[in-house]
Design a protein. Sequence first.
Length: 381
Amino acid sequence: MANAVILGAGRLGKGFLGETLANAPRWHTTFLDKDAGVIRKLKETGSYHVQVYRKECIEEHEVSGYEAYETLLEPQDCHAIVYADLLFLSIYPQDFPEAIAYVKEIFKMRAKTNPNQKLSMLCLTNKNGMIPMIQDAFVKDMNEELLSWFMHQVVIRDTIIRRSTDADDHRSLNIRSTAVLSLLIQPPLTIDIADIEWLELCDDIAMLKDIKVFLVNGPHAASAYLGWYRGYTTINELLEDEDGAAFIQEVTKEIRAGILQQYPISEEQLDKLSVFPKAKGDMPDTVYRVGKDPLRKLSYDDRLCGSARMCKAHHLPYEHIVQAIAYGLLYDEKTDEAAMQMQMLIQEKGIIEAVHQICGFSYQDDLLKEICSWYVRLKNK
Ligand SMILES: NC(=O)C1=CN([C@@H]2O[C@H](COP(=O)(O)OP(=O)(O)OC[C@H]3O[C@@H](n4cnc5c(N)ncnc54)[C@H](O)[C@@H]3O)[C@@H](O)[C@H]2O)C=CC1
Ligand SMILES: O=P(O)(O)OC[C@H]1O[C@](O)(CO)[C@@H](O)[C@@H]1O
């Protein structure tokens, strides 16, 4: 038996990781979450349901046989991490500092009581470049003994997520997930994962992650923001709208051209990385999830501004990407905290200052001017 711990038992934690581990008999899964509501629901029923949209069929999977604990530093949750072989951190980038502090506390126990078992930690986010920060946060203030244990026994690896997994909210026990491409994982790991479906080791993760976030998540975020502008609640509705689909195709075309100039990757490799085979049926994917946190999604290096800068640097067209950013700045979903902060900033400081602060462009940058001009046009339409 091998032990997997999923920290962050939300949509992806349950709908992808928990579901795929449940198909691998060697693995025992423990979910950890800071939200008592998530854990209460998982324990109450002892099972949850995932609708898996595969290429061949839509599978109905009742997942059970797991343990679930709140992250309280009590014996049960500590025990799970002390004996884990694989620890998935399936949380948003801003949640890492708190999660690291928690795991680090348990590492003190693990180093003493179970020092010889190795551990691979896999970080599941759409943000590139986080691993050095995570590594530094772990080693900061470790005493010599703990540091030596950590450096010999623990590896922290980045991943590229090629899945959409959605539900009514993160507590839901009814999840849907499109399973057509694997999770790419930076090697080497400290344990063999060949028996887990949809997990695949892959070199050049940093470069490929940049590319994937630009080419897959860029158009996807554009779909959410244009979808919101047009009053849709799912990405599916926008893509069924001929005009909406055509706009997203243009965004994709611009980003793809930029990538082919910027990175040493062939068209064939690019397709392998980023073209999702058609699943049986279209999984409903909400504008809410895909658009969530526009402050991160519209930041300088992220999917849309990063893509626009790349195209501009190569003197390639980027006008649809710029329009998508402007749609993003109009995103005002009331239950999205970051969207509300963004709207407050625009209201208080004006669009020029907001774009400068959110997207990171200088006041002189043509991109800032073009984004602002599109924003005004779209707002007044
Ligand atoms: N759902 C999806 O299809 C995809 C998600 N991702 C990424 O995967 C990560 C997770 O996304 P989702 O599962 O959709 O989010 P979610 O919001 O559904 O779930 C996140 C869970 O993590 C828990 N959590 C947050 N901080 C924690 C902490 N310090 N300790 C313990 N639990 C904590 C929350 O309570 C929540 O249950 C994010 O980085 C997201 O960008 C990336 C691609 C696809
Ligand atoms: O998880 P994030 O970064 O908030 O963005 C959601 C994006 O992640 C994905 O689920 C997969 O990368 C896309 O479907 C979607 O565009």
